[in-house]
Write a protein that binds this ligand. Structure first.
Ligand SMILES: [Zn+2]
Ligand SMILES: [Zn+2]
Length: 155
């Protein structure tokens, strides 16, 4: 299958080895992409493990699980990457997802740090988080499958 992160590569050669802990992301962007794929695949453990230690207290495994189960992630677009100093790297992105029949989009500038040699997600500055539209049953599914919403991602 195509990798959910939208890299254009297959999942096998893209985010799978990170999510299955067979390899470690070498850049903050790789970690960000693999966390997005973990959301798309409902892998809350990976999301929890890749939070920076200080952020784990505020993001319980149960909360991550709930959020991942309520959402179907459709698309990730990386806008920019950068670093402010030696410690933190940044990845700005938009991500869209469905929850029920609502199509949402968020834009965030995420902050990453290396802990014990591994990139971790610290927190993010949310630029916007908005409802794009409500999708009706007979509309073409926003996941671009070409099928009607009711025969595709509608839950
Ligand atoms: Zn990927
Ligand atoms: Zn769909």
């Amino acid at each position: 299958m195509q990798c959910p992160c939208g890299s254009g590569n297959t999942y096998q050669v893209c985010c799978q080895s990170f999510i299955e802990a067979k390899a470690i992301p070498t850049t903050a962007e790789q970690l960000m992409r693999s966390r997005y794929s973990a959301y798309a695949l409902n892998n809350a453990d990976y999301l929890f493990q890749t939070y920076a230690k200080t952020s784990r207290a505020e993001n319980s495994l149960v909360d991550i699980q709930d959020w991942a189960e309520q959402t179907s992630w459709l698309a990730l677009v990386i806008i920019s990457t950068g670093q402010s100093d030696d410690e933190f790297h940044y990845v700005e992105f938009t991500a869209s997802y469905l929850t029920g029949n609502e199509l949402w989009q968020m834009q965030e500038n995420s902050r990453f740090v290396k802990e014990d040699g591994k990139w971790c997600y610290v927190d993010g500055d949310v630029k916007h988080h908005k409802l794009i539209k409500t999708v009706s049953r007979n509309e073409t599914c926003p996941c671009k499958s070409g099928k009607k919403f009711k025969r595709c991602c509608m839950q």
